[in-house]
Design a binder for this molecule. Structure first.
Ligand code: PMP
Length: 307
């Protein structure tokens, strides 16, 4: 499974994959002046369906505003329609969708105002980032030696491409150490999030998750908060030290690419009994029902590609 597809949508036009290229002298490439989204399209009984498409495109436009773009040629509705058109054109039953707005500038300086935003959307077939075994058995994580962003240094509410150098440092270190994922602490030392996932902790049947102030407001996180409440679980936002992870009964992480995955070990300490916990399993099951189109919340959260 590669990242190829027949078409990539670029500034309103469906281009053959090989023609969707950007010039070497692009600010987005040199300085990470770009914003992006990760969205999933799932197979359902009514054909491919995109999970929370409008929320993702809204966050994309908000990321662009946070980065400093003052006007954009497309609104979230336009971008959602473009994503549907793209998935349909490529004929995928399920895929990952990657929109990106990048700065194209005649000067390679450090200001946004000298250039124009350009928009592309790609999609490709992509399974869970950890793979099916991890979905069943959970992943092993470390507490990263890298600190998560300070919200007045990098804008943590925005998916700005340049911000992801921090995630890449942490993820690469984690994998080189033999773990699957890195958990990152904020500049005060409290648990923040993972490299591309939000995190939940279970103690004595109560679910907690770090507060929103300094993390990306994950759309999967929001969905799981609703699903956990539907299932009757109590869920609160609270600051946590890393020691609260070590003593948890269950830890799980979520994101578009990761979906919902248990963390079975952190820094060589088993979490709970070292297997996926019952609350994690319940929430994971509800999530897959939603994206599979068989949950009462499915219709509210899915955009069916066939209309
Ligand atoms: N935190 C970070 C840093 C991320 O990159 C992501 C992935 N977008 C998430 C959390 C999870 O967000 P979502 O559920 O919207 O994919």
């Amino acid at each position: 499974m590669g990242i190829e597809s027949d078409f990539i949508w670029m500034d309103g036009v469906l281009l053959p994959y090989d023609q969707a290229v950007v010039p070497f002298l692009t600010s987005g490439l040199h300085y990470g002046i770009a914003v992006f989204e990760g969205i999933r399209c799932y197979p359902t009984g009514r054909g491919p369906a995109i999970f929370r498409l409008n929320e993702h495109m809204t966050r994309l436009v908000e990321s662009a505003k946070i980065l400093g773009f003052r006007s954009l040629p497309y609104n979230p509705g336009d971008l959602s329609r473009a994503a549907v058109e793209l998935v349909r054109a490529n004929g995928f039953a399920s895929c990952y969708i990657r929109p990106l707005i990048y700065l194209s500038s005649p000067k390679l300086n450090l200001s946004i105002d000298d250039g124009q935003p350009r928009t592309g959307i790609a999609c490709w077939e992509w399974g869970n980032i950890y793979g099916p075994d991890f979905l069943k058995n959970g992943v092993r994580a470390n507490i990263s030696s890298y600190t998560r962003h300070h919200p007045n240094i990098a804008m943590t509410k925005a998916k700005i491409s340049g911000n992801y150098a921090n995630s890449i440092l942490a993820k690469t270190e984690s994998e080189r150490l033999g773990f699957d994922e890195a958990i990152m602490l904020d500049p005060q030392g409290y648990v923040a999030e993972c490299t591309g996932e939000n995190l939940f902790v279970v103690h004595d049947g109560q679910i907690s998750t770090p507060p929103l102030a300094a993390i990306l407001e994950g759309i999967t996180r929001d969905a799981l908060i609703h699903l956990a409440a539907d299932l009757g679980y109590s869920i609160t936002e609270r600051m946590m030290g890393r020691d609260m992870l070590y003593t948890a009964d269950e830890v799980f992480v979520c994101g578009t690419a990761a979906e919902v995955v248990a963390v079975r070990e952190i820094d060589f300490r088993p979490i709970g009994n070292g297997q996926i916990g019952s609350i994690t399993a319940d929430i994971q099951k509800a999530f897959y029902e939603v994206v599979g189109g068989t949950h009462p919340r499915s219709d509210g959260w899915l955009t069916y590609v066939s209309g």
